[in-house]
Ligand binder design. Structure first.
Ligand SMILES: CC(=O)N[C@H]1[C@@H](OP(=O)(O)OP(=O)(O)OC[C@H]2O[C@@H](n3ccc(=O)[nH]c3=O)[C@H](O)[C@@H]2O)O[C@H](CO)[C@@H](O)[C@@H]1O[C@H](C)C(=O)N[C@@H](C)C(=O)N[C@H](CCC(=O)O)C(=O)O
Ligand SMILES: Nc1ncnc2c1ncn2[C@@H]1O[C@H](COP(=O)(O)OP(=O)(O)OP(=O)(O)O)[C@@H](O)[C@H]1O
Ligand SMILES: N[C@H](CCC[C@H](N)C(=O)O)C(=O)O
Ligand SMILES: [Mg+2]
Length: 529
C-alpha cells in the first residue's frame, strides 16, 4: 500500500522554509487525512501516565509548534531551552487540535484528548513511528555520527550504495534526498516526526537504503529515539558544542547512545574509526565482535588503508578488508578525507556492494558542495571554500592546503554566534599556526555581538601582525584577494555550502563561493578595486 505523504510541522518552522517550497501536504495545502490513524491506534510503546477524552479521535498531523496546528493535529507541548510548549496549549486548542500530549496533568477541555506522558520527546518519537508505520524498518538505514565528516561520508556512501541498490535516500546538513527529489535541509538531524515522514517518502520513491547524519543534538533531543539503524558509524570526536554539552565526556556519552542501545535500539553493526582517540575507546567499550567492526590506518582496523599515497588532489591506497584487498583511488585530498573514504567504503562493503563497482564510483566522486570546493574562474592563484568550523577541521584543511601551496596561505574565517565559545580561541590559534595571514570576520553571529565573538577569538591570537579583524565578510574576502600572490591560496572557511548569513533575527543571502567569484572578476577588470 502506498501511504499518503502528509504534513509536516516542524519543517516549516524553520525560517529558510516557506510553505510554497515545503513538499509535504502538496506544497502547503492542507494535508490529506491518513486512514485509520486514531489516537488509540498509535500509542504502542508510549508511556501514558493519564489520559482523558475520546481516544478514537482521528489524528491528521503531528505538530510540535502551536503556530503550525491545523484542525485534527496532535500537539506535543514540550519544554525547550528558550520557551515551553506548555504555554501554547490553549492556542493549539483554539486552532483545532484533536489532542494534546504533555508532561502536565490533563486540562479541563471537552472534546480534546489529553495524554500525560513521562517524556514528551520520547512520546513524540514513538507516536510518530507508529503514525508512519516505522518506515526505518523497511529501509537499510545507515546512521553517521562524529564531530566532523558526517556530511562528506554520507554523500560518498549515498553514491556507493546507489551504484548497487539504485535510489538511495539521504538526510543531512545540505539537503534531504528522497530518492532523486531533493529538498533543502532545515537541520542536520531533523525532528523524529520529520525523519519518519522523510523515510516514508523514500520508500514511496522505491529507495532501498537511507543514509543519515546523526548529530549529538539529535540524539540528546530524542530525534532518533527508537529508530532502527542497520549500520551506525562513529567518525571522530573533537571539541564542539560545549555550549550544549557540559563537557567532552558528556558529549561522548551522548554520541555513545547511538551505539550502545541508549536510543532504545542497537544497530545491527557498529563501524568505528580506530584512528580516533574516542573511536578506540568506543570500540573497546562495545567489545569488538560480530556487532562491531573498525576502520582506519591502524594495523588492527578491519577496513584498513595500506600503501597510502597522497597527491595534490587526491589519494591512492590499497584497501584491506576482512574478505579481500583492492587498489583504490579518490579525488578527495588530505588525510582526513582518507578517513572519510574508509568509513564510506566500510558502509558499502558491509551492505554487500561489489568492491570493483565501488572502486569505479569512488574514482569519479567529485566531492561535496562547500567542502574543500575550488573556486575556479581562471585566476592565477587558488581559492577554496570549506565548512571547517571547529579547530580540528580547520587544522585538517589548512594542513592539506599548506602541502599544495608553494606560496602563502591566506585564511578568511569567523566563529558562529550562539555556539561553543570555547572553540573560538582554539580556531584562532590554529589559524595563526597554519595560515600566513588571517582575515577574521563574521560567520552567522546570530544573537551575539561581533565584538564579543572577536574578543573570544582574540584570546587565541599569538601573532598580532598576521591578523586583521574585518566585520564585513565580503570586505574580508576582498582584502584577502587583494593580498594574494600567484603561488598563494585563499581559504574561506566556516560557511561552506551555506547561502545565508544570520544576524540576530535577520537572514541575508551570502554565499562565499558566489562572493569570491564576483570579487575575482571585479579585480580582474579593475586591478586595485
Ligand atoms: C539548541 C537546540 O537544539 N535547540 C532546538 C530546540 O530549541 P529550544 O529548546 O530553544 O525550543 P524553544 O524555542 O524553547 O521551544 C520549545 C517548544 O515550544 C514550541 N513553541 C514555541 C513557540 C510558540 O509560539 N509555540 C510553540 O509551540 C516549539 O516549537 C518547541 O517545540 O528545539 C527547537 C524546536 O525543535 C529547535 O528548533 C532548536 O534547534 C535550533 C534551531 C538549533 O539551532 N539547533 C542546532 C544547534 C542543532 O540542532 N544542530 C544540530 C547539528 C549540530 C552539528 O552537528 O554541528 C542539528 O542536528 O541540526
Ligand atoms: N574526518 C574529518 N576529520 C577532521 N575534519 C574533517 C573531517 N571531514 C571533514 N572535515 C572538516 O570538517 C568540515 C565539515 O565537514 P562535514 O560537513 O563533512 O562534517 P559534518 O560532521 O557533517 O559537519 P556538521 O556537524 O556541521 O554537519 C570540512 O569542511 C572539513 O574542513
Ligand atoms: N552544524 C553547525 C554548523 C556551523 C556552521 C557555522 N557556519 C556556524 O554558523 O557556526 C552548527 O550549527 O554548529
Ligand atoms: Mg553535516
Amino acid at each position: 500500500m502506498r501511504l499518503p505523504e502528509i504534513q509536516i510541522s516542524t519543517l516549516i518552522e524553520n525560517r529558510f522554509w516557506s510553505p510554497t517550497v515545503v513538499p509535504f501536504g502538496g506544497g502547503g495545502t492542507p494535508p490529506s487525512q491518513p486512514a485509520g490513524q486514531r489516537i488509540k491506534d498509535i500509542l504502542a510503546g508510549v508511556d501514558v501516565l493519564v489520559h482523558k477524552g475520546p481516544l478514537d479521535q482521528e489524528v491528521r498531523s503531528i505538530i510540535t509548534d502551536s503556530r503550525r496546528v491545523i484542525p485534527g493535529s496532535l500537539f506535543f507541548a514540550r519544554k525547550g531551552l528558550r520557551t515551553d510548549g506548555r504555554l501554547f496549549v490553549e492556542e493549539a486548542i483554539d486552532r483545532g487540535a484533536a489532542g494534546i500530549v504533555s508532561e502536565d496533568a490533563p486540562g479541563m477541555h471537552s472534546g480534546v484528548v489529553f495524554l500525560q506522558v513521562k517524556s514528551v520527546p520520547r512520546a513524540l518519537a514513538a507516536i510518530a513511528g507508529n503514525f508512519y508505520q516505522w518506515p526505518d524498518r523497511r529501509l537499510r538505514t545507515v546512521g553517521i555520527s562524529g564531530t566532523n565528516g558526517k556530511t562528506t561520508v554520507s554523500w560518498l556512501a549515498r553514491e556507493l550504495l546507489a551504484a548497487e541498490d539504485g535510489k538511495t535516500g539521504l538526510i543531512g546538513t545540505i539537503h534531504y534526498d528522497l530518492g532523486g527529489r531533493t529538498v533543502p535541509s532545515y537541520k542536520t538531524t531533523p525532528e523524529s516526526v520529520d525523519t519518519f515522514s522523510l523515510f516514508r517518502q523514500m520508500i514511496n520513491a522505491d529507495c532501498k537504503s537511507a543514509v543519515m547524519e546523526v548529530s549529538s543534538h539529535g540524539i540528546d533531543q530524542c530525534r532518533v529515539q527508537g529508530m532502527s539503524f542497520d549500520l551506525a558509524v562513529f567518525l571522530n570526536l573533537t571539541q564542539d558544542h560545549l555550549d550544549y554539552h557540559a563537557s567532552m565526556e558528556e558529549y561522548y556519552q551522548v554520541k555513545r547512545r547511538l551505539f550502545d542501545g541508549g536510543i532504545g535500539t542497537t544497530p545491527k553493526l557498529s563501524i568505528i574509526n580506530l584512528d580516533d582517540h574516542y573511536g578506540r575507546r568506543l570500540a573497546g567499550e562495545l567489545a569488538e565482535g560480530p556487532g562491531c567492526i573498525t576502520f582506519g590506518t591502524h594495523p588492527e582496523a578491519s577496513y584498513r588503508a595500506e600503501d597510502v599515497k597522497f597527491s595534490r588532489t587526491g589519494v591512492s591506497f590499497r584497501l584491506v578488508t576482512p574478505k579481500e584487498e583492492i587498489a583504490l583511488e579518490a579525488n578527495l585530498a588530505g588525510r582526513f578525507n582518507l578517513s572519510n573514504i574508509l568509513a564510506a567504503l566500510a558502509v558499502a562493503a558491509e551492505s554487500g556492494c561489489d568492491l570493483k563497482k565501488v572502486a569505479a564510483v569512488l574514482k569519479k566522486f567529485e566531492g561535496v558542495p562547500g567542502r574543500l570546493e575550488r573556486v575556479e574562474t581562471g585566476q592565477p592563484y587558488e581559492v577554496f571554500v570549506d565548512y571547517a568550523h571547529t579547530d580540528d577541521a580547520l587544522r585538517s584543511t589548512l594542513e592539506v592546503l599548506r602541502e599544495i601551496t608553494p606560496g602563502k596561505v591566506h585564511l578568511v574565517f569567523g566563529c558562529g554566534g550562539d555556539r561553543d565559545r570555547g572553540k573560538r580561541p582554539l580556531m584562532m590559534h590554529v589559524g595563526q599556526t597554519f595560515a600566513d595571514f588571517c582575515w577574521v570576520t563574521a560567520d552567522n553571529p546570530r544573537s551575539e555581538s561581533l565584538d564579543q565573538i572577536f574578543d573570544d577569538m582574540q584570546k587565541g591570537v599569538s601573532k598580532p601582525d598576521q591578523v586583521e579583524f574585518v566585520e564585513d565578510r565580503r570586505r574580508a574576502i576582498s582584502l584577502a584577494l587583494d593580498a594574494v600572490g600567484p603561488d598563494d591560496t585563499v581559504l574561506i572557511a566556516g560557511k561552506g555550502h551555506e547561502a545565508f548569513m544570520e544576524f540576530g533575527d535577520t537572514i541575508v543571502p551570502f554565499d562565499d563561493r558566489q562572493v569570491a567569484r564576483e570579487l575575482i572578476k571585479v579585480k580582474e577588470l579593475k586591478p586595485g578595486a
